[in-house]
Design a protein around this ligand. Sequence first.
Ligand code: ATP
Ligand code: MG
Length: 311
Amino acid sequence: MSAIISIRDLAKTYGDGFTALKGVSLDIEEGEILALLGPNGAGKTTLISIICGLVTPSAGSVTVGGHDILTGYRAARAMIGLVPQEITIEPFEQVINTVRFSRGLFGKGSDEAHIERVLRALSLWDKRKSKNQALSGGMKRRVLIAKALSHEPRVLFLDEPTAGVDVTLRREMWELVRQLRSEGVTIILTTHYIEEAEEMADRIGVIDHGRLLLVEEKARLLHQLGRKELLLELTEPLPELPSSLAEFALQRSEDGLHLTYEFDAHAERTGMTRLLGAVAEAGLQLKDLTTRQSSLEDVFLKLVADGRDET
Ligand SMILES: Nc1ncnc2c1ncn2[C@@H]1O[C@H](COP(=O)(O)OP(=O)(O)OP(=O)(O)O)[C@@H](O)[C@H]1O
Ligand SMILES: [Mg+2]
């Protein structure tokens, strides 16, 4: 695989002195779906805006398809489609003209077949003659995507594409993203929805306070950091842990009715059998036994919390 976007030591301090990005380096592989996860104000939109040439970096460099975003701006920008976080479309323009115009902006000759394909893929064909202002919020968002795809970009940025979007449209967007990827488009999406990253992404990057805390293949991330918990529900409250169970580092719930044992699901020995033996030996009666795999959400929250501890 080769990188279609290379980001090196990118930093941004805004005019008011606020530093939104602190030395971000990242290679985005051609054809992948990369999800950038991060809380509000993490720097996701700033990062995307720099790559798309809307915000000037304070330090560092970015190339898109080998073109530097500053010295080769037009060539770099022509490869990119951007679906911005904020809805910005001309209210009185017709849907189809909005999309045609976008294509024209990139100096591409007209291609009605492509415009039709894009509008159909986004279920906007029937609305093509409508004025943008007459569309619902979700449809407006689709128009933004149609605009971004109008010039056949090789890289598509989706900045929170599914914020405020209903479940059906969200599913449709995911479907569309997959289809685009199968056509070779590289996709970078930002999201607050961990399930979205879990569902869509090949790789996941976590950003907080202007730093890229981690970039990892989704599967590996879940594997490496995935912990399992065994929850023991007792028939009677346990006032305190017997010393014979000390080695298992159990967490006792406040009411004394639950004990939680954390273990590495991939380890050869999970210690579960031994624990259950020790529990029986200590005379504890179990009412129920459940396991829980830590989700990407746990991983994410932990990372962000650890990242904050360090700064
Ligand atoms: N034009 C600007 N001038 C000054 N500060 C800015 C500007 N744009 C963004 N910031 C600040 O930079 C930080 C990062 O903002 P950014 O929009 O990149 O975050 P984000 O990760 O996209 O957040 P969200 O999830 O809310 O969209 C925030 O603290 C924001 O207030
Ligand atoms: Mg944002």
